[in-house]
Design a protein around this ligand. Sequence first.
Ligand code: ADP
Ligand code: MG
Length: 241
Amino acid sequence: KRKLNENDVPEAVGDKGVKGASGKATFTSLDLDSRLLQAITGEKFAAPTPVQAKGIPLALSGKDVLARAKTGSGKTLAYILPILDAILKRNASANKQAKQTTALILVPTKELAAQVTATLQTFTAFSAQDVRFENISRKEDAAVTRSRLAESPDVVVATPGRATQWLNQDVLQLGELKHLVIDEADLVLNYGYEEDLQGIAAALPSGVQKIMMSATLRTEVDTLTALFFSDGAKPTILDLS
Ligand code: ADP
Ligand code: MG
């Protein structure tokens, strides 16, 4: 496949991939790294979904986001694309720090961890040299997990239980974290991970961007706010349900 350069625009899929007279959002208008756009083109997605069109610019600007949108509305890419974009930008800069975990994606189950990891794989198809990710939610020998985390992958995908286990053993390093995602945040709380989240929140350095995604958010909003926004910072709430 041909490599895109700065001025290139991936070929539109049908006529929905370009900004039409309706002014509908397009992926190319989202100002993402060209290698990410190239991967998106490969998926033949016509246009960003509403949670992507609204959430990606917010996340790219560094805002904390708490989004509610129904199942199947494309929430995974709404956080994966801006995080990968930020990582690719930092990793390309001359003063890039040696191997650091800068993004932690927390999910309620190991099945979802596998799905999110597969999505990371797909969308880093053209930037695989420049971003490393590991899923530590699988049932596997502890030595294997240790080796996955030994060189601080850019992105770690985990259930809060696994993240806590390895954090407590000082194997998962969060000292340089820049982005924390909680996907299916309602389930994460309903599965009883609140105490783990408390420990993770306490281990975060200051200034970590928080992105939380959920299909439903009711009383959970208060719990999440108390856990992660106790300093008074308020997340932008994106309600697309
Ligand atoms: P959610 O997390 O909101 O339930 P997912 O992120 O799992 O939704 O996405 C649901 C499906 O939609 C996936 O198969 C994904 O590949 C697809 N998808 C995501 N974004 C788009 C898009 N912009 N256009 C078409 N399909 C998309
Ligand atoms: Mg999802």
